[in-house]
Design a protein around this ligand. Structure first.
Ligand SMILES: NC(=O)c1ccc[n+]([C@@H]2O[C@H](COP(=O)([O-])OP(=O)(O)OC[C@H]3O[C@@H](n4cnc5c(N)ncnc54)[C@H](O)[C@@H]3O)[C@@H](O)[C@H]2O)c1
Ligand SMILES: [Zn+2]
Length: 378
């Protein structure tokens, strides 16, 4: 997969985008209620409004949006002629902005229903994605994930056409993240990196992205959660998240994400929190099939003991993940989220149904295996 977005990164970098506002007729600005009030966002909106006659601001994208949310938004906006879409937010906002960039353009020849049916878009308007979590890496993936309440799960709409023209990694936009969101979205980035690195269809390009991303994440995640003002670690986390997204574009995630889809889709558990609960048991399950890759990842830890055997390193990596989730004070059990043994059969069937990701698990996985993992979390 070729990702050809132009990337701008660093403090104050948004002003380097202003040239893109010249001669625009209609800008759609997509964000949410938390982000619209940040001073950096306000400044950007002012600049857009100064330069463009018609600016539509959508500031109510909910977390973990469903296809109904996008349909309601399309009905409400009644516009189909945007020439620039700017998305500023976490994965929820960016995924919607990606969809809007193919749906709200002049003479669009595709609908949301058709995208959900698997038809592919062929074009979009100019788009800029600016993440405020670190994160989903949505700005680097061809995916937009929507909840499907009728099926109690989530669905990915996938097309490289949705990759943006410009990505801005602006560390000062992520300093307002509450600690628990910085922690859970950081674990999401870690899941992208380690799952893609060990996926059945991993390849050397995705592997390199995953290794660079993990090195940055291992050095910065805890520091960036514990010290919101540290711009350097915030920027490192944005890059780790971006590399996670780029790794997804090449390889795709597997067991953690397949098993977390129903937790998000039916029980509305935030994506990063669901992944944090599943990370350790899923990595324990696949470990013996990917010993060498786990050893390679272990070597990137700041206090790695390089003399250990590959087998020892692979166990030590799983232990590091276990301690990391605890230190970040994220939930480790489904019971903490009011999920009980009555829910297990639904969860197992729904997870096995995410075939795109289950086929990517680097080891045979049976219904009994999936049940045992969920059961271990009660
Ligand atoms: N497209 C992809 O490749 C991809 C990958 C993984 C996840 N996802 C999807 O992304 C969504 C989750 O995104 P997310 O984890 O980034 O969370 P989110 O976008 O849902 O945001 C979570 C909460 O954090 C708040 N928030 C975000 N940034 C903030 C900031 N800087 N300051 C203060 N508050 C802030 C938001 O307003 C929201 O209330 C899910 O729908 C998930 O399925 C997409
Ligand atoms: Zn994810």
């Amino acid at each position: 997969m070729h990702i050809n977005s132009t990337i701008l990164s660093g403090q104050g970098v948004l002003k380097d985008l202003y040239f893109l506002l010249k001669d625009r007729k209609h800008v759609l600005f997509i964000t949410d209620q938390n982000i619209i009030n940040l001073s950096v966002t306000k400044e950007l909106i002012e600049k857009v409004q100064e330069n463009v006659a018609l600016v539509t601001i959508v500031d109510d994208i909910p977390p973990e949006p469903s296809h109904h949310d996008v349909t309601n938004l399309l009905n409400k906006m009644k516009v189909s002629n945007a020439d620039l879409v700017i998305g500023v937010g976490g994965g929820s906002v960016l995924d919607v902005a990606k969809l809007i960039s193919v749906l709200c353009i002049k003479d669009s020849n595709i609908t949301l229903e058709q995208l959900l049916d698997g038809q592919k878009p062929t074009r979009r308007c100019t788009s800029i994605l600016i993440p405020t979590t670190a994160g989903t890496g949505s700005e680097a993936t061809p995916n937009a994930i929507l909840a499907i309440p009728e099926k109690d799960t989530k669905q990915g709409i996938i097309s490289p056409v949705m990759l943006p023209d410009y990505v801005c990694l602006v560390p000062e936009l992520t300093t307002s993240m509450p600690n628990h969101i910085a922690a859970s979205t950081g674990i999401d980035a870690l899941c992208h990196l380690i799952e893609c690195f060990t996926a059945n269809i991993s390849n050397p390009i995705g592997d390199n992205y995953a290794l660079i991303g993990m090195q940055k994440l291992f050095n910065s995640l805890e520091k960036s959660v514990n010290d919101k003002t540290n711009i350097e670690t915030k920027l490192n986390m944005l890059w780790a998240s971006y590399y996670g997204g780029a790794a997804i574009a090449h390889a795709g995630t597997h067991l953690v994400h397949a098993m977390s889809y129903p937790l998000g889709g039916k029980y509305h558990i935030p994506h990063g929190v669901a992944n944090a609960i599943l990370l350790v048991p899923c990595m324990e399950f696949v470990r013996d099939a990917v010993v060498d890759k786990f050893a390679q990842a272990y070597d990137l830890l700041p206090d790695a003991v390089l003399t250990l055997t590959a087998e020892e390193k692979s166990h030590a990596l799983v232990n590091y993940f276990r301690e990391l989730v605890k230190r970040l004070a994220l939930p480790c059990k489904l019971q903490e989220l009011n999920i009980s043994s009555d829910d297990l059969h639904y969860l197992v069937d729904a997870a096995l149904d995410v075939k795109r990701l289950m086929n990517n698990v680097p080891k045979q996985v049976s219904k009994q295996d999936v049940l045992a993992i969920y059961r271990s979390l009660l």
